[in-house]
Design a protein around this ligand. Structure first.
Ligand SMILES: NC(=O)c1ccc[n+]([C@@H]2O[C@H](COP(=O)([O-])OP(=O)(O)OC[C@H]3O[C@@H](n4cnc5c(N)ncnc54)[C@H](O)[C@@H]3O)[C@@H](O)[C@H]2O)c1
Length: 247
């Protein structure tokens, strides 16, 4: 018996990193997963997980495109008739000190990390409302709470994700839909690998559990909020950071 048996989940940014970890754990727990990403490697990620018995398929979707999102949702509904879980995980960084940050670096991060939530969440909500059940969980970040040098754009989006979560939960709770966010701390992925070595070392030194987090750690965190058992938790941001920023 898996904790997500019979459930249909969309996981954005599932091709690699934290999203890949969420896809793997959700499949192990019996969910059928639509892996959304702009990267073609999403296809091989889905194949790797399905070769181990997971029910997963890749849809090439840019979450900033209303058309692409709506088309992909339509395909899922035709085939599976419902969407139980939406994981808004995809995100990007374009780090630069604010004085030097270009409008494009600002806009890209705002569009992918925050504006996309308007598109993806709006596309699935009618189906969740009709079913009287839903789990919407979005990626915030420790840096949306504590800030970080060079991440004014990113921190603004991640604080925004938590605000989106707190407000939307008040509107949709009556339909059996919970809305939550996960604020990862420092997690190993292509995104964190791109940071300078000294930043990586000093970040790990500030984590009380003494290590960087893994995609698997995040997969289990999202699993908890996505489970039926978490039905009384809504509007919250779950901080998963090894104690780096106690809340
Ligand atoms: N890694 C960390 O330390 C860390 C910490 C806090 C928060 N987060 C957040 O967790 C999430 C996942 O991070 P990660 O470290 O796995 O990053 P990652 O860069 O490894 O993976 C992000 C995925 O999102 C996809 N993506 C980007 N733009 C997209 C778009 N427009 N449409 C569809 N897919 C798109 C990418 O192709 C990629 O596969 C992000 O929202 C990130 O901000 C990560």
């Amino acid at each position: 018996m898996g904790r997500l048996d019979g459930q249909v989940a969309i996981i954005t940014g599932g091709a690699r990193g934290i999203g890949e970890g969420i896809c793997e754990i959700f499949c192990n727990e019996g969910a059928t997963v639509a892996l959304w990403d702009v990267l073609e490697i999403g296809d091989s990620t889905a194949n790797r997980i399905s070769s181990k018995g997971g029910s997963i398929f890749f849809q090439k979707v840019n979450i900033t495109s209303k058309n692409e999102v709506e088309e992909a949702v339509k395909e899922i509904i035709i085939k599976y008739k419902k969407i139980d879980i939406l994981i808004n995980n995809a995100g990007v960084i374009r780090d630069r000190s604010f004085m030097k940050m270009s409008q494009q670096e600002w806009d890209t991060v705002i569009n992918i990390n925050l504006n996309s939530l308007y598109i993806t969440t709006k596309a699935v909500l009618p189906y969740m409302k009709e079913a009287g059940y839903g789990r919407i969980i979005s990626a915030s970040s420790i840096n949306g709470f504590q800030g970080a040098f060079g991440q004014v754009n990113y921190a603004a989006t991640k604080a925004g994700v938590s605000g989106f979560t707190r407000a939307l939960c008040k509107e949709v709770g009556r339909y059996g839909i919970t809305v939550n966010a996960v604020a990862p701390g420092f997690i190993k992925s292509e995104m964190s690998d791109s940071m300078p070595d000294e930043v990586i070392k000093s970040s790990i030194a500030m984590i009380p559990v003494g290590r960087i987090g893994s995609a698997e750690d995040m997969g289990y965190t999202y699993l908890f909020l996505a489970s039926k058992e978490a039905g009384f938790i809504s509007g919250t941001t779950l901080h998963a950071n090894g104690g780096a920023m106690p809340t």
